[in-house]
Design a protein around this ligand. Structure first.
Ligand SMILES: [Zn+2]
Ligand SMILES: [Zn+2]
Length: 206
């Protein structure tokens, strides 16, 4: 089912947070400025969590393209909260987002070229998710883990114990490429980088 080069077609937009367009059809996170996505035609926008810098452009992109918007139901509840969405940090109100689809974890979005699984990874926010494409071993980690042992902050409505459990779950995967919500994409021994994130998160708990 995969093209033989075994590479996922990923276009990255990185002005505010990383947004990734998969195979031209699925946009993971939306960023702040919808003009970044102009000229592309996603059919689905999957938000990794409710924070302003990942979601703000979603309504306008959805209006321009007709794309549906999906988010975990725990974060859907927070979308109109100026504080929980971090909008106040940008001097803004929460953007008005009405999701078309609520996620719970375990959903699979697939096409001929990819099979993206939703993994519920609370901690940075209650309804944070990662997406894993097992064929190409591509992990889209939102703000749960970042390269070089980075972890998402828990002081914007998150929970450190949840984050530790979520990162433990990520260590059971064997990703080849990490596509984080901020910073650069990396393919340098990703399991070790996630192991470092786990150690760092556990270190904060003592
Ligand atoms: Zn965030
Ligand atoms: Zn972020």
């Amino acid at each position: 089912m995969k093209p033989d080069n075994n590479k996922l077609d990923v276009q990255r937009f990185s002005r505010y947070s990383n947004a990734y367009l998969i195979d031209g059809t699925v946009l993971i996170d939306a960023g702040i400025d919808p003009r970044e996505i102009a000229g592309y035609d996603p059919q689905l926008i999957i938000l990794t969590h409710c924070h302003f810098d990942h979601t703000c452009a979603a309504p306008e992109i959805a209006r321009m393209t007709g794309a549906r918007v999906a988010i975990h139901e725990e974060d859907a509840k927070l979308l109109d909260d100026d504080y929980a969405t971090g909008s106040v940090l940008f001097g803004k109100r929460a953007p008005e987002i009405n999701p078309d689809m609520l996620l719970y974890g375990g959903e699979i979005f697939e096409s001929d070229n990819f099979m993206l699984e939703v993994i519920h990874t609370p901690g940075h926010t209650p309804g944070g998710i990662c997406l894993y494409e097992s064929e190409t071993r591509s992990l889209f980690s939102g703000d749960t883990v970042f390269p070089d042992g980075g972890i998402g902050r828990c002081d914007l409505g998150g929970d450190l114990s949840d984050l530790i459990r979520s990162i433990e779950l990520l260590t059971t995967l064997n990703p080849e490429v990490l596509y984080p919500g901020h910073l650069d994409v990396t393919d340098a021994d990703v399991p070790s980088q996630i192991g470092l994130s786990l150690a760092n998160a556990r270190g904060l708990a003592v």
